[in-house]
Design a protein around this ligand. Structure first.
Ligand code: KIV
Ligand code: ZN
Length: 520
Protein backbone atom coordinates (compact mmCIF):
# COMPACT_ATOMS: atom_id res chain seq x y z
CA UNK A 1 0.00 0.00 0.00
CA UNK A 2 1.36 3.40 -0.96
CA UNK A 3 1.06 6.43 1.30
CA UNK A 4 -2.00 8.44 0.39
CA UNK A 5 -1.71 12.10 -0.49
CA UNK A 6 -4.97 13.92 0.12
CA UNK A 7 -6.08 16.29 -2.62
CA UNK A 8 -7.61 19.50 -1.27
CA UNK A 9 -9.21 21.53 -4.02
CA UNK A 10 -9.66 25.27 -3.45
CA UNK A 11 -10.89 26.29 -6.93
CA UNK A 12 -14.11 27.58 -5.37
CA UNK A 13 -12.29 29.62 -2.70
CA UNK A 14 -8.72 30.63 -3.59
CA UNK A 15 -9.44 30.16 -7.31
CA UNK A 16 -12.64 32.17 -7.25
CA UNK A 17 -10.79 34.95 -5.42
CA UNK A 18 -8.91 35.66 -8.63
CA UNK A 19 -10.21 39.03 -9.90
CA UNK A 20 -12.81 38.36 -12.57
CA UNK A 21 -13.18 34.64 -11.83
CA UNK A 22 -16.46 35.04 -9.97
CA UNK A 23 -18.78 32.10 -10.52
CA UNK A 24 -22.54 31.93 -10.15
CA UNK A 25 -24.21 29.84 -7.47
CA UNK A 26 -25.29 27.18 -9.97
CA UNK A 27 -21.80 26.98 -11.46
CA UNK A 28 -20.25 26.48 -8.03
CA UNK A 29 -22.64 23.63 -7.28
CA UNK A 30 -21.87 22.00 -10.59
CA UNK A 31 -18.12 22.24 -10.11
CA UNK A 32 -18.34 20.92 -6.55
CA UNK A 33 -20.32 17.90 -7.81
CA UNK A 34 -17.66 17.24 -10.46
CA UNK A 35 -14.84 17.53 -7.88
CA UNK A 36 -16.65 15.16 -5.54
CA UNK A 37 -17.21 12.68 -8.33
CA UNK A 38 -13.60 12.74 -9.51
CA UNK A 39 -12.36 11.78 -6.05
CA UNK A 40 -11.19 15.07 -4.52
CA UNK A 41 -10.73 14.38 -0.80
CA UNK A 42 -11.47 17.87 0.50
CA UNK A 43 -13.34 20.67 -1.30
CA UNK A 44 -12.81 24.17 0.04
CA UNK A 45 -16.17 25.49 -1.06
CA UNK A 46 -15.81 29.15 -0.11
CA UNK A 47 -15.34 31.79 2.56
CA UNK A 48 -18.78 31.87 4.25
CA UNK A 49 -18.43 35.23 6.05
CA UNK A 50 -17.38 36.96 2.82
CA UNK A 51 -20.86 37.31 1.35
CA UNK A 52 -24.34 35.88 1.52
CA UNK A 53 -23.65 34.27 -1.85
CA UNK A 54 -20.56 32.52 -0.50
CA UNK A 55 -22.44 31.35 2.58
CA UNK A 56 -25.31 29.95 0.53
CA UNK A 57 -22.98 28.22 -1.90
CA UNK A 58 -20.96 26.55 0.87
CA UNK A 59 -24.16 25.44 2.66
CA UNK A 60 -25.66 23.94 -0.45
CA UNK A 61 -22.44 22.26 -1.53
CA UNK A 62 -22.25 20.79 1.99
CA UNK A 63 -25.82 19.49 1.72
CA UNK A 64 -25.18 17.92 -1.70
CA UNK A 65 -21.79 16.42 -0.86
CA UNK A 66 -21.29 12.70 -1.27
CA UNK A 67 -17.76 11.55 -0.46
CA UNK A 68 -15.65 14.70 -0.19
CA UNK A 69 -15.02 16.55 3.05
CA UNK A 70 -16.52 20.05 2.69
CA UNK A 71 -14.43 22.84 4.09
CA UNK A 72 -15.02 26.56 4.58
CA UNK A 73 -12.47 29.28 5.28
CA UNK A 74 -12.60 31.62 8.27
CA UNK A 75 -10.29 34.22 9.75
CA UNK A 76 -9.09 33.97 13.33
CA UNK A 77 -12.16 35.27 15.12
CA UNK A 78 -15.23 33.62 16.61
CA UNK A 79 -17.73 35.38 14.30
CA UNK A 80 -16.01 34.06 11.17
CA UNK A 81 -15.64 30.58 12.61
CA UNK A 82 -19.30 30.41 13.71
CA UNK A 83 -20.47 31.53 10.27
CA UNK A 84 -18.22 28.96 8.64
CA UNK A 85 -19.61 26.20 10.86
CA UNK A 86 -23.19 27.27 10.07
CA UNK A 87 -22.41 26.67 6.40
CA UNK A 88 -20.32 23.48 6.50
CA UNK A 89 -22.24 21.67 9.25
CA UNK A 90 -24.69 20.28 6.68
CA UNK A 91 -21.98 18.12 5.13
CA UNK A 92 -21.60 14.47 5.98
CA UNK A 93 -17.94 15.31 6.57
CA UNK A 94 -17.46 19.00 7.48
CA UNK A 95 -14.19 20.84 8.10
CA UNK A 96 -13.48 24.32 9.46
CA UNK A 97 -10.36 25.98 8.09
CA UNK A 98 -9.10 28.96 10.07
CA UNK A 99 -6.01 31.04 9.41
CA UNK A 100 -3.95 34.01 10.54
CA UNK A 101 -0.89 35.69 9.01
CA UNK A 102 2.16 34.79 11.11
CA UNK A 103 5.10 36.40 9.25
CA UNK A 104 6.45 39.72 10.58
CA UNK A 105 4.69 41.65 7.80
CA UNK A 106 1.38 39.95 8.45
CA UNK A 107 1.66 40.19 12.25
CA UNK A 108 1.87 43.95 11.89
CA UNK A 109 -1.59 44.17 10.28
CA UNK A 110 -3.77 43.22 13.27
CA UNK A 111 -1.11 44.81 15.48
CA UNK A 112 -0.62 41.75 17.68
CA UNK A 113 2.71 40.88 19.25
CA UNK A 114 3.97 37.30 19.13
CA UNK A 115 2.40 36.33 22.48
CA UNK A 116 -0.94 37.95 21.72
CA UNK A 117 -1.08 36.19 18.38
CA UNK A 118 -0.20 32.85 19.96
CA UNK A 119 -3.04 33.35 22.41
CA UNK A 120 -5.45 34.24 19.59
CA UNK A 121 -4.47 31.07 17.75
CA UNK A 122 -5.11 28.90 20.79
CA UNK A 123 -8.51 30.50 21.46
CA UNK A 124 -9.76 30.36 17.88
CA UNK A 125 -8.60 26.84 17.08
CA UNK A 126 -10.10 25.64 20.39
CA UNK A 127 -13.36 27.36 19.48
CA UNK A 128 -13.39 25.76 16.02
CA UNK A 129 -12.60 22.37 17.50
CA UNK A 130 -15.50 22.67 19.94
CA UNK A 131 -17.78 23.01 16.94
CA UNK A 132 -16.25 20.49 14.57
CA UNK A 133 -13.88 17.57 15.02
CA UNK A 134 -12.12 18.25 11.74
CA UNK A 135 -10.17 21.53 11.94
CA UNK A 136 -7.49 22.86 9.64
CA UNK A 137 -5.26 25.72 10.70
CA UNK A 138 -2.99 27.81 8.45
CA UNK A 139 -0.23 30.23 9.39
CA UNK A 140 -0.57 32.51 6.36
CA UNK A 141 2.80 33.46 4.80
CA UNK A 142 4.39 30.52 6.63
CA UNK A 143 7.35 30.45 4.27
CA UNK A 144 8.36 33.95 5.44
CA UNK A 145 7.69 33.31 9.13
CA UNK A 146 10.63 32.93 11.56
CA UNK A 147 11.22 29.20 12.08
CA UNK A 148 11.15 29.33 15.87
CA UNK A 149 7.88 31.23 15.87
CA UNK A 150 6.38 28.94 13.22
CA UNK A 151 7.22 25.88 15.35
CA UNK A 152 5.74 27.56 18.38
CA UNK A 153 2.40 28.46 16.75
CA UNK A 154 2.07 25.12 14.96
CA UNK A 155 2.52 23.37 18.31
CA UNK A 156 -0.14 25.63 19.87
CA UNK A 157 -2.59 24.90 17.06
CA UNK A 158 -2.03 21.16 17.44
CA UNK A 159 -2.54 21.40 21.21
CA UNK A 160 -5.77 23.34 20.60
CA UNK A 161 -7.06 20.49 18.44
CA UNK A 162 -6.14 21.20 14.80
CA UNK A 163 -6.15 17.97 12.82
CA UNK A 164 -4.51 19.39 9.69
CA UNK A 165 -1.80 22.05 9.63
CA UNK A 166 -1.48 23.79 6.30
CA UNK A 167 1.78 25.53 5.42
CA UNK A 168 1.00 28.24 2.85
CA UNK A 169 3.54 29.81 0.55
CA UNK A 170 1.16 32.74 0.23
CA UNK A 171 3.29 34.89 -2.05
CA UNK A 172 4.87 32.12 -4.14
CA UNK A 173 8.31 32.81 -2.74
CA UNK A 174 9.72 29.44 -1.76
CA UNK A 175 11.71 26.96 -3.87
CA UNK A 176 11.57 23.15 -3.87
CA UNK A 177 14.54 22.46 -1.58
CA UNK A 178 13.33 25.04 0.93
CA UNK A 179 9.72 23.82 0.73
CA UNK A 180 10.87 20.29 1.64
CA UNK A 181 13.20 21.52 4.40
CA UNK A 182 10.39 23.49 6.04
CA UNK A 183 8.09 20.46 6.30
CA UNK A 184 10.99 18.30 7.52
CA UNK A 185 11.89 20.90 10.14
CA UNK A 186 8.31 21.05 11.44
CA UNK A 187 8.04 17.26 11.58
CA UNK A 188 11.28 17.05 13.54
CA UNK A 189 10.83 19.94 15.92
CA UNK A 190 7.13 20.23 16.75
CA UNK A 191 5.81 17.92 19.48
CA UNK A 192 2.67 16.13 18.24
CA UNK A 193 3.51 16.75 14.57
CA UNK A 194 3.30 13.03 13.85
CA UNK A 195 -0.34 13.03 14.99
CA UNK A 196 -1.64 15.44 12.37
CA UNK A 197 -1.53 15.86 8.59
CA UNK A 198 0.72 18.54 7.12
CA UNK A 199 -0.62 20.25 4.01
CA UNK A 200 1.22 22.28 1.41
CA UNK A 201 -0.44 25.31 -0.22
CA UNK A 202 1.68 26.95 -2.90
CA UNK A 203 1.20 29.95 -5.13
CA UNK A 204 2.84 30.12 -8.52
CA UNK A 205 4.45 33.57 -8.61
CA UNK A 206 7.83 32.13 -9.59
CA UNK A 207 6.38 29.22 -11.56
CA UNK A 208 7.40 26.70 -8.89
CA UNK A 209 4.07 25.84 -7.24
CA UNK A 210 3.87 22.27 -8.56
CA UNK A 211 7.54 21.56 -7.82
CA UNK A 212 7.23 23.06 -4.33
CA UNK A 213 4.13 21.00 -3.55
CA UNK A 214 5.75 17.75 -4.67
CA UNK A 215 8.92 18.54 -2.71
CA UNK A 216 6.79 19.09 0.40
CA UNK A 217 5.15 15.70 -0.14
CA UNK A 218 8.52 13.99 -0.42
CA UNK A 219 9.42 15.59 2.92
CA UNK A 220 6.27 14.32 4.64
CA UNK A 221 3.34 16.56 3.73
CA UNK A 222 0.28 14.43 2.97
CA UNK A 223 -2.19 17.00 1.65
CA UNK A 224 -1.75 19.12 -1.45
CA UNK A 225 -3.88 22.23 -1.82
CA UNK A 226 -4.53 23.08 -5.44
CA UNK A 227 -6.98 24.38 -8.01
CA UNK A 228 -8.19 23.25 -11.41
CA UNK A 229 -6.09 24.86 -14.18
CA UNK A 230 -4.01 26.49 -11.40
CA UNK A 231 -6.71 29.16 -11.11
CA UNK A 232 -6.01 31.72 -8.40
CA UNK A 233 -4.90 35.22 -7.56
CA UNK A 234 -1.90 36.66 -9.43
CA UNK A 235 -0.04 33.70 -11.03
CA UNK A 236 -2.45 31.25 -9.42
CA UNK A 237 -2.20 28.19 -7.19
CA UNK A 238 -0.69 24.75 -7.69
CA UNK A 239 -2.56 23.10 -10.57
CA UNK A 240 -4.48 20.00 -9.46
CA UNK A 241 -4.04 18.27 -12.80
CA UNK A 242 -0.26 18.74 -12.66
CA UNK A 243 0.32 17.25 -9.21
CA UNK A 244 -2.11 14.39 -9.83
CA UNK A 245 -0.51 13.42 -13.13
CA UNK A 246 3.03 13.91 -11.80
CA UNK A 247 2.29 11.50 -8.95
CA UNK A 248 0.71 9.06 -11.38
CA UNK A 249 3.25 9.17 -14.21
CA UNK A 250 6.33 9.34 -11.94
CA UNK A 251 5.03 6.96 -9.31
CA UNK A 252 8.34 5.11 -9.69
CA UNK A 253 10.14 7.94 -7.89
CA UNK A 254 7.19 9.48 -6.01
CA UNK A 255 5.32 6.44 -4.69
CA UNK A 256 2.21 8.18 -3.36
CA UNK A 257 -1.40 7.47 -4.24
CA UNK A 258 -4.24 9.95 -4.77
CA UNK A 259 -7.87 8.99 -5.09
CA UNK A 260 -8.37 11.07 -8.24
CA UNK A 261 -9.91 9.61 -11.39
CA UNK A 262 -7.59 11.33 -13.87
CA UNK A 263 -9.87 10.62 -16.82
CA UNK A 264 -12.13 13.38 -15.51
CA UNK A 265 -9.42 16.06 -15.64
CA UNK A 266 -10.09 17.37 -19.12
CA UNK A 267 -13.81 17.92 -18.57
CA UNK A 268 -13.45 19.73 -15.30
CA UNK A 269 -10.64 21.84 -16.76
CA UNK A 270 -12.93 22.95 -19.59
CA UNK A 271 -15.76 23.60 -17.19
CA UNK A 272 -13.64 25.78 -14.91
CA UNK A 273 -12.18 27.65 -17.89
CA UNK A 274 -15.68 28.37 -19.15
CA UNK A 275 -17.29 29.52 -15.96
CA UNK A 276 -14.32 31.48 -14.66
CA UNK A 277 -13.66 33.16 -17.98
CA UNK A 278 -9.97 32.28 -17.68
CA UNK A 279 -9.04 30.33 -20.81
CA UNK A 280 -6.36 27.64 -20.50
CA UNK A 281 -3.13 28.59 -22.25
CA UNK A 282 -2.51 26.39 -25.31
CA UNK A 283 0.74 24.92 -23.99
CA UNK A 284 -0.46 24.40 -20.40
CA UNK A 285 0.77 21.08 -18.99
CA UNK A 286 -1.81 18.26 -19.00
CA UNK A 287 -4.91 20.21 -20.09
CA UNK A 288 -3.62 22.69 -22.70
CA UNK A 289 -4.91 22.36 -26.28
CA UNK A 290 -1.39 21.50 -27.44
CA UNK A 291 -0.40 19.26 -24.52
CA UNK A 292 -0.80 16.18 -26.71
CA UNK A 293 -0.37 17.71 -30.16
CA UNK A 294 2.55 16.55 -32.28
CA UNK A 295 3.10 18.70 -35.31
CA UNK A 296 6.75 18.43 -36.20
CA UNK A 297 7.54 15.82 -38.85
CA UNK A 298 10.01 13.97 -36.63
CA UNK A 299 7.48 13.76 -33.80
CA UNK A 300 4.67 12.57 -36.07
CA UNK A 301 6.88 9.92 -37.59
CA UNK A 302 7.94 8.67 -34.15
CA UNK A 303 4.38 8.72 -32.86
CA UNK A 304 3.12 6.64 -35.77
CA UNK A 305 5.75 3.99 -35.09
CA UNK A 306 5.30 3.94 -31.32
CA UNK A 307 3.27 6.45 -29.28
CA UNK A 308 5.68 6.13 -26.36
CA UNK A 309 8.44 7.74 -28.45
CA UNK A 310 7.21 11.17 -27.48
CA UNK A 311 4.30 10.54 -25.12
CA UNK A 312 4.71 9.93 -21.40
CA UNK A 313 0.97 9.58 -20.84
CA UNK A 314 -1.92 8.72 -23.09
CA UNK A 315 -4.50 11.36 -23.99
CA UNK A 316 -7.17 9.00 -22.65
CA UNK A 317 -5.49 9.08 -19.20
CA UNK A 318 -6.63 12.67 -18.78
CA UNK A 319 -9.97 12.17 -20.51
CA UNK A 320 -9.13 13.37 -23.99
CA UNK A 321 -11.18 11.56 -26.58
CA UNK A 322 -9.04 9.72 -29.11
CA UNK A 323 -11.64 9.59 -31.82
CA UNK A 324 -11.87 12.82 -33.74
CA UNK A 325 -15.11 12.24 -35.55
CA UNK A 326 -15.82 15.45 -37.41
CA UNK A 327 -19.46 16.47 -37.50
CA UNK A 328 -21.25 18.27 -40.30
CA UNK A 329 -24.69 19.40 -41.38
CA UNK A 330 -25.72 15.84 -42.23
CA UNK A 331 -24.90 14.50 -38.79
CA UNK A 332 -27.96 13.38 -36.91
CA UNK A 333 -29.11 13.66 -33.33
CA UNK A 334 -27.69 10.25 -32.35
CA UNK A 335 -24.25 11.13 -33.67
CA UNK A 336 -24.36 14.44 -31.81
CA UNK A 337 -25.39 12.70 -28.59
CA UNK A 338 -22.53 10.18 -28.97
CA UNK A 339 -20.00 12.90 -29.70
CA UNK A 340 -21.10 15.03 -26.76
CA UNK A 341 -20.97 12.00 -24.48
CA UNK A 342 -17.42 11.45 -25.64
CA UNK A 343 -16.65 15.05 -24.70
CA UNK A 344 -18.14 14.55 -21.24
CA UNK A 345 -21.66 15.93 -21.66
CA UNK A 346 -24.57 13.62 -20.93
CA UNK A 347 -27.70 15.45 -21.96
CA UNK A 348 -31.35 14.86 -21.22
CA UNK A 349 -33.60 14.68 -24.31
CA UNK A 350 -34.85 18.26 -23.97
CA UNK A 351 -31.31 19.61 -23.54
CA UNK A 352 -30.15 17.63 -26.57
CA UNK A 353 -33.04 19.01 -28.62
CA UNK A 354 -31.94 22.57 -27.80
CA UNK A 355 -28.27 21.91 -28.52
CA UNK A 356 -29.19 20.12 -31.75
CA UNK A 357 -30.95 23.22 -33.09
CA UNK A 358 -27.87 25.30 -32.32
CA UNK A 359 -25.59 22.65 -33.80
CA UNK A 360 -27.57 22.63 -37.06
CA UNK A 361 -27.41 26.42 -37.26
CA UNK A 362 -23.65 26.25 -36.79
CA UNK A 363 -23.22 23.39 -39.26
CA UNK A 364 -25.09 25.44 -41.86
CA UNK A 365 -22.49 28.18 -41.54
CA UNK A 366 -19.44 25.95 -41.15
CA UNK A 367 -18.46 23.00 -43.34
CA UNK A 368 -16.95 20.91 -40.56
CA UNK A 369 -17.80 21.09 -36.89
CA UNK A 370 -14.81 20.12 -34.74
CA UNK A 371 -14.65 19.08 -31.09
CA UNK A 372 -13.62 22.63 -30.18
CA UNK A 373 -16.73 24.01 -31.91
CA UNK A 374 -18.97 21.67 -29.95
CA UNK A 375 -17.24 22.61 -26.72
CA UNK A 376 -17.84 26.27 -27.52
CA UNK A 377 -21.48 25.49 -28.28
CA UNK A 378 -21.85 23.79 -24.91
CA UNK A 379 -20.09 26.68 -23.22
CA UNK A 380 -22.59 29.06 -24.78
CA UNK A 381 -25.44 26.90 -23.53
CA UNK A 382 -23.84 27.19 -20.09
CA UNK A 383 -23.34 30.92 -20.02
CA UNK A 384 -26.59 32.19 -21.48
CA UNK A 385 -29.63 31.51 -19.39
CA UNK A 386 -33.30 32.09 -20.05
CA UNK A 387 -33.57 34.16 -16.83
CA UNK A 388 -30.85 36.64 -17.86
CA UNK A 389 -31.92 40.30 -17.50
CA UNK A 390 -30.46 41.22 -20.89
CA UNK A 391 -31.00 39.16 -24.01
CA UNK A 392 -29.91 39.99 -27.53
CA UNK A 393 -32.75 39.63 -30.00
CA UNK A 394 -31.22 41.05 -33.19
CA UNK A 395 -27.96 42.61 -34.26
CA UNK A 396 -27.01 44.09 -37.62
CA UNK A 397 -23.79 45.95 -38.25
CA UNK A 398 -22.67 48.00 -41.22
CA UNK A 399 -18.92 48.01 -41.90
CA UNK A 400 -16.81 49.61 -44.55
CA UNK A 401 -13.55 51.41 -45.17
CA UNK A 402 -15.33 54.68 -44.41
CA UNK A 403 -16.24 55.02 -40.71
CA UNK A 404 -17.96 55.37 -38.44
CA UNK A 405 -19.39 51.86 -38.36
CA UNK A 406 -23.02 51.38 -37.40
CA UNK A 407 -24.91 48.85 -35.32
CA UNK A 408 -28.64 48.28 -35.07
CA UNK A 409 -29.45 46.31 -31.94
CA UNK A 410 -32.61 44.95 -30.39
CA UNK A 411 -32.04 44.04 -26.77
CA UNK A 412 -34.60 42.73 -24.35
CA UNK A 413 -34.32 44.16 -20.83
CA UNK A 414 -36.37 42.17 -18.34
CA UNK A 415 -38.55 40.96 -21.18
CA UNK A 416 -39.15 44.38 -22.82
CA UNK A 417 -37.56 44.87 -26.25
CA UNK A 418 -35.71 48.07 -27.18
CA UNK A 419 -34.12 48.88 -30.54
CA UNK A 420 -31.43 51.51 -31.19
CA UNK A 421 -28.94 52.57 -33.84
CA UNK A 422 -25.43 53.41 -32.66
CA UNK A 423 -22.15 54.29 -34.28
CA UNK A 424 -18.61 53.52 -33.17
CA UNK A 425 -14.99 53.22 -34.01
CA UNK A 426 -15.34 49.80 -35.62
CA UNK A 427 -18.27 47.39 -35.57
CA UNK A 428 -17.56 46.00 -32.08
CA UNK A 429 -17.40 49.50 -30.60
CA UNK A 430 -20.66 50.39 -32.36
CA UNK A 431 -22.38 47.27 -31.00
CA UNK A 432 -21.11 47.92 -27.46
CA UNK A 433 -22.31 51.53 -27.71
CA UNK A 434 -25.74 50.26 -28.70
CA UNK A 435 -25.85 48.05 -25.59
CA UNK A 436 -24.91 51.09 -23.47
CA UNK A 437 -27.64 53.21 -25.05
CA UNK A 438 -30.29 50.66 -24.16
CA UNK A 439 -28.85 49.67 -20.81
CA UNK A 440 -26.81 52.61 -19.43
CA UNK A 441 -24.12 51.54 -16.95
CA UNK A 442 -20.80 52.64 -15.50
CA UNK A 443 -19.00 49.29 -15.90
CA UNK A 444 -15.49 49.66 -17.27
CA UNK A 445 -14.17 47.30 -19.92
CA UNK A 446 -11.04 45.71 -18.41
CA UNK A 447 -10.39 42.99 -20.95
CA UNK A 448 -11.52 42.23 -24.48
CA UNK A 449 -9.94 39.12 -25.95
CA UNK A 450 -10.66 37.29 -29.22
CA UNK A 451 -9.43 33.80 -30.04
CA UNK A 452 -10.08 31.69 -33.15
CA UNK A 453 -10.90 28.24 -31.86
CA UNK A 454 -10.13 26.29 -35.02
CA UNK A 455 -8.39 27.03 -38.30
CA UNK A 456 -10.02 28.46 -41.45
CA UNK A 457 -11.85 31.65 -42.33
CA UNK A 458 -15.12 30.10 -41.18
CA UNK A 459 -13.66 29.38 -37.74
CA UNK A 460 -15.61 30.39 -34.67
CA UNK A 461 -14.21 33.14 -32.50
CA UNK A 462 -14.34 32.83 -28.73
CA UNK A 463 -14.53 36.22 -27.10
CA UNK A 464 -13.88 37.00 -23.43
CA UNK A 465 -14.98 40.29 -21.92
CA UNK A 466 -14.19 41.43 -18.39
CA UNK A 467 -16.11 44.31 -16.81
CA UNK A 468 -15.53 46.16 -13.56
CA UNK A 469 -18.03 48.21 -11.61
CA UNK A 470 -17.45 49.50 -8.07
CA UNK A 471 -14.75 46.89 -7.46
CA UNK A 472 -16.98 44.05 -8.63
CA UNK A 473 -15.66 42.17 -11.62
CA UNK A 474 -17.52 39.90 -14.01
CA UNK A 475 -16.36 37.98 -17.05
CA UNK A 476 -18.48 36.92 -20.01
CA UNK A 477 -17.67 34.60 -22.88
CA UNK A 478 -19.33 33.69 -26.16
CA UNK A 479 -18.47 31.97 -29.41
CA UNK A 480 -19.74 32.54 -32.94
CA UNK A 481 -18.50 32.41 -36.52
CA UNK A 482 -19.19 36.16 -36.55
CA UNK A 483 -16.71 37.96 -34.31
CA UNK A 484 -19.00 40.97 -33.78
CA UNK A 485 -21.88 38.74 -32.69
CA UNK A 486 -19.57 36.78 -30.36
CA UNK A 487 -18.21 40.04 -28.92
CA UNK A 488 -21.64 41.53 -28.26
CA UNK A 489 -22.89 38.31 -26.69
CA UNK A 490 -19.81 38.11 -24.46
CA UNK A 491 -20.33 41.74 -23.42
CA UNK A 492 -24.00 41.20 -22.60
CA UNK A 493 -23.10 37.98 -20.79
CA UNK A 494 -20.62 39.86 -18.57
CA UNK A 495 -23.25 42.53 -17.88
CA UNK A 496 -25.77 39.87 -16.86
CA UNK A 497 -23.24 38.49 -14.40
CA UNK A 498 -22.56 41.92 -13.02
CA UNK A 499 -26.29 42.47 -12.53
CA UNK A 500 -26.43 39.15 -10.67
CA UNK A 501 -23.56 40.25 -8.45
CA UNK A 502 -25.27 43.57 -7.72
CA UNK A 503 -28.38 41.70 -6.62
CA UNK A 504 -26.59 39.07 -4.57
CA UNK A 505 -24.16 41.17 -2.58
CA UNK A 506 -25.78 42.74 0.45
CA UNK A 507 -23.86 45.79 1.72
CA UNK A 508 -23.03 44.38 5.16
CA UNK A 509 -21.67 41.20 3.71
CA UNK A 510 -19.70 42.66 0.87
CA UNK A 511 -16.57 40.68 0.11
CA UNK A 512 -14.64 43.94 -0.18
CA UNK A 513 -15.13 44.61 3.51
CA UNK A 514 -13.86 41.14 4.38
CA UNK A 515 -10.30 41.08 3.22
CA UNK A 516 -7.34 39.04 4.33
CA UNK A 517 -5.93 42.25 5.73
CA UNK A 518 -8.27 41.88 8.69
CA UNK A 519 -7.08 38.31 9.14
CA UNK A 520 -6.79 38.92 12.85
O1 KIV B 1 -2.34 31.65 0.29
C1 KIV B 1 -2.76 31.61 1.46
O2 KIV B 1 -2.05 31.89 2.43
C2 KIV B 1 -4.14 31.23 1.66
C3 KIV B 1 -4.56 31.00 3.08
C4 KIV B 1 -5.85 31.64 3.38
C5 KIV B 1 -4.55 29.53 3.36
O3 KIV B 1 -4.88 31.05 0.73
ZN1 ZN C 1 -3.72 30.83 -1.17
Amino acid sequence: MQDKVFIFDTTLRDGEQSPGATMTHAEKLEIAAMLDEMGVDIIEAGFPIASIGDFEAVSEIAKNSKNSVICGLSRANFKDIDRCWEAVKHAARPRIHTFIGTSPLHRAIPNLDMDQMAERIFETVTHARNLCDNVQWSPMDATRTEHDYLCRVVEIAIKAGATTINIPDTVGYTAPRESAALIRMLLERVPGADQIIFATHCHNDLGMATANSLAAVEAGARQIECTINGLGERAGNTALEEVVMALKVRNDIMPYATGIDSTKLMNISRKVATVSGFPVQFNKAIVGKNAFAHESGIHQDGMLKNAETFEIMRPADVGLSETSLVMGKHSGRAALRAKLKDLGFELADNQLADVFVRFKALADRKKEVFDEDLLALMQDADTSAAYDTLQIKRLRVVCGTEGPQEAELTLSVDGVEHTVDATGDGPVDAAFNAVKMIFPHEARLQLYQVQAITEGTDAQATVSVRLEEDGKIATGQAADTDTVVASTRAYVNALNRLILRRQKTAPDHDVKSVSYRDAG
